[in-house]
Design a protein. Structure first.
Length: 462
């Protein structure tokens, strides 16, 4: 065998795809990358593996489907570039299929030779000697010093050079707390809607709703982490989502993987204090969200329907927790209203994708040509929700609950304005990824909210 050191750049620098990697997080990322395509891949990798190393290699192989969406170590690529600058050649070697290794090498564009299907476990050095013995070789990680490198090129830790998250620098919120997405807890305020709509604000109903709110926040954060783990590759190519704690590397994958079930169990324990009905509703929500994350979010229109259902399930949970009946009018309004907001979310993503030159929205089933149809869904569903509210203002329950029901027509006008404005801003590309977060931060939306509350109070109290 002829191995040389870092200063001998007349030799070939050998970079292994799968073995020259720190163990921290690599197997986990391979697992979640494989799981994002369905549980069949990680299960197949598990059954086909004899030991931990074999499992890691099988998971890596399952996840190496899109080299452009993986995360690269900038220090390693800098070392490879420096070696080539000094006149040396660089070879990428791996035990994976030649086509897989070729795809990675083609994406990176820094390798002079590519050798796949090598038995890197049993006779690695014999293979290297046979390939490069004529001029000598140096192995990155063995002969070449790599002190300070967090990861060396690997099938999963490969990815684009990690850049600091500008939003994280501006925010004082720790990365682990940002991982919970506390701003998304605003959606859980829907739990209080049934008791407010029924004008039933007793200590018992408020206490039950508060308990459900806390439990839902824990469960929802658990599902957000699961979604982020499954969407690692998609988030890394998104202009804003790439700054999420897991995608950017601000939070270790091991922490995210442990936090997800811990939050779910804590939420379930809290819901159990309210009773089996709320626990059952939360379990149904968790299952529905998990199915959405694994499969349904990739199916056109079904994903929008599912998002509308998940919003409405919060209202149903509030009805169960506060023991207040949920009217058909409220459910009908929420389905159409949140169907519109879910379509806004997809429309905003499509517009961002088109601006980036994408033809197909990655991780979703939508194409750039679908933009006009999705925009029509936004407008039509929003208008139907207002029509349902208008019909509700003349129903029998309204006459019993409100002394001045005609004031509710003002709410219809405010919602007509707000829905129309959201549709226009989304078409202009000025909409946040989540319309509810946009509404919470937008001054005009805040004024609309104040107007709606004022009109509702006036209708009830005047």
């Amino acid at each position: 065998m002829s191995a040389v050191g870092w200063d001998r750049c007349d030799a070939v620098l050998v970079v292994e795809l799968e073995r020259a990697v720190a163990e921290t997080g690599s197997t986990l990322e391979a697992f979640w990358q494989a799981a994002s395509s369905g549980w069949a891949l990680p299960l197949r990798a598990l059954t086909a593996s004899r030991d931990g190393e074999g499992l890691r290699r099988n998971l890596v192989a399952a996840s190496l489907t899109a080299p452009g969406r993986l995360a690269y170590c900038s220090e390693t690529l800098a070392s490879v570039t420096e070696w080539r600058r000094r006149g040396g050649r660089v070879a990428l070697v791996s035990g994976h299929r030649q086509s897989v290794v070729d795809a990675v090498a083609a994406h990176l564009g820094v390798f002079d030779e590519v050798h796949g299907q090598l038995d890197v476990l049993d006779a690695r050095r014999d293979h290297l000697t046979r390939l490069f013995g004529h001029g000598g070789y140096a192995e990155l990680g063995n002969d070449v010093p790599i002190e300070g490198l967090r990861n060396v090129l690997s099938g999963v830790a490969l990815g684009l050079p990690q850049t600091a998250d500008p939003d994280a620098r501006k925010s004082r919120m720790p990365a682990h707390l940002r991982l919970l997405r506390p701003h998304q807890w605003l959606k859980n305020l829907l739990i209080f809607v049934p008791m407010i709509a029924a004008h039933d604000l007793t200590l018992q109903t408020v206490g039950g709703a508060l308990l459900a709110f806390a439990a839902f926040c824990l469960i929802a954060s658990s599902t957000y982490i699961l979604n982020d783990l499954l969407d690692l590759s998609s988030d890394r190519v998104h202009p804003r989502k790439r700054n999420r704690p897991l995608a950017s590397g601000a939070v270790d994958l091991r922490h995210g993987t442990l936090m997800m079930p811990a939050l779910a169990l804590a939420g379930a324990a809290l819901a159990l204090l309210s009773g089996p009905k709320l626990l059952g509703m939360l379990a149904l929500y968790f299952v529905a969200t998990t199915v959405y994350s694994f499969k349904l979010k990739r199916i056109v229109v079904i994903d929008i329907c599912m998002l509308a259902v998940l919003y409405t399930m919060r209202i149903l949970a509030g009805s169960v927790a506060a023991d207040v009946p949920c009217s058909v009018w409220l459910l009908a309004f929420s389905i159409f209203f949140f169907f519109s907001l879910a379509a806004v979310k997809r429309q905003a993503e499509l517009i961002d994708g088109i601006a980036s030159g994408l033809v197909t929205l990655h991780g979703r089933g939508y194409r750039a040509s679908d933009l006009s149809v999705v925009g029509n869904i936004v407008t039509a569903s929003g208008m139907v929700s207002v029509m349902v509210l208008a019909l509700y203002t003349n129903s029998a329950p309204v006459m019993q609950l409100y002394s001045r029901p005609e004031m509710l027509w003002g709410i219809c006008l405010v919602l007509l304005f707000w829905n129309s404005r959201v549709a226009i801003l989304t078409q202009r590309g000025e909409m946040h990824d989540d319309p509810l977060v946009f509404a919470a931060c937008d001054r005009v939306s805040q004024l609309c909210g104040v107007a709606i509350v004022g009109l509702a109070m006036a209708a009830a109290l005047l």
